[in-house]
Design a protein around this ligand. Structure first.
Ligand code: PGA
Length: 253
């Protein structure tokens, strides 16, 4: 089963209106110029830019995603955004359980799971993030940690159509450090095995598992040509059109 690669940009808390629109227009123009790219594209700007970015993407084959969502449809949750609100303004995806949310906001596997169920219920696709800390890696616990996060964070009802997994070693995010290609493939293959046990082989074989953590044009080919790597979740390099598109091109999109 061929899995179409997903090239996803996670802008994090970056982008004021003018810069965000420039970036969007640049990405949209490059993707249009690619004609029929072999990959799917996704950009995940901060909440404040979602509507404007949606407008600037018009006609381009680039999906729109948010970086988090609450599990409730509405109610007394000051500062939160519900999945229904995201769906209404044209989001197709939402990133959930990014390590920065797990660390900064104490998000647990259980919470991420609840958010994912709610997102799927209103028709959003989820990018569910997992990954080990350096301490866990040094203790040889990478596969254990990632397996536990998959079992806890991914709903039992998840399918390859509504869920994408992103493996992002915490120590590789924004640091310029990366695991070896062999390490990445080992984790992705192990994650797929856990997904097969949890969701069935059919779903696991079709589900995309992205690698994230200091992906750049220079290492894109190395990681994205691995058999179990189905795209990338890109932070820093997604803020520059040339880098984001360079990653896609070097990945064979
Ligand atoms: P990075 O971030 O590409 O800047 O390392 C990746 C991410 O956190 O999704």
């Amino acid at each position: 089963m061929a899995r179409k690669k997903l090239i996803a940009g996670n802008w994090k808390m970056n982008g004021l209106l003018a810069d965000g629109i420039d970036l969007t227009k640049g990405v949209a123009a490059e993707v249009k110029a690619m004609g029929k790219p072999e990959c799917e594209f996704l950009v995940c700007p901060p909440f404040t830019l979602l509507t404007s970015v949606k407008r600037a993407l018009r006609g381009a084959k680039v999906a729109l995603g948010a970086q988090d969502a609450h599990f409730a449809e509405k109610g007394a949750h000051t500062g939160d955004i519900s999945p229904v609100m995201l769906k209404e303004i044209g989001c197709q995806y939402v990133i959930l359980g990014h390590s920065e949310r797990r660390a900064d906001h104490g998000e647990t596997d259980e919470l991420v799971n609840k958010k994912a169920v709610a997102a799927h219920e209103c028709g959003l696709k989820t990018v569910i993030c997992i990954g080990e800390t350096l301490e866990q890696r040094d203790a040889g616990k990478t596969i254990d940690v990632c397996s536990k996060q998959i079992l806890g964070s991914v709903p039992d009802s998840a399918t390859a159509a509504d869920t994408v997994i992103a493996y992002e070693p915490v120590w590789a995010i924004g640091t310029g450090k990366t695991p070896t290609a062999a390490d990445v493939e080992e984790v992705h293959a192990a994650v797929r095995k856990v997904l097969a046990k949890k969701l069935g082989k059919g779903n696991a074989n079709k589900m995309r598992i992205l690698y994230g953590g200091s992906v750049k044009p220079g290492n894109a080919k190395e990681f994205l040509s691995l058999p179990d790597v189905d795209g990338a979740l890109i932070g820093g390099a997604s803020l520059k059109v040339a880098d984001f598109i360079g990653i896609a091109k070097n990945a064979g999109c």
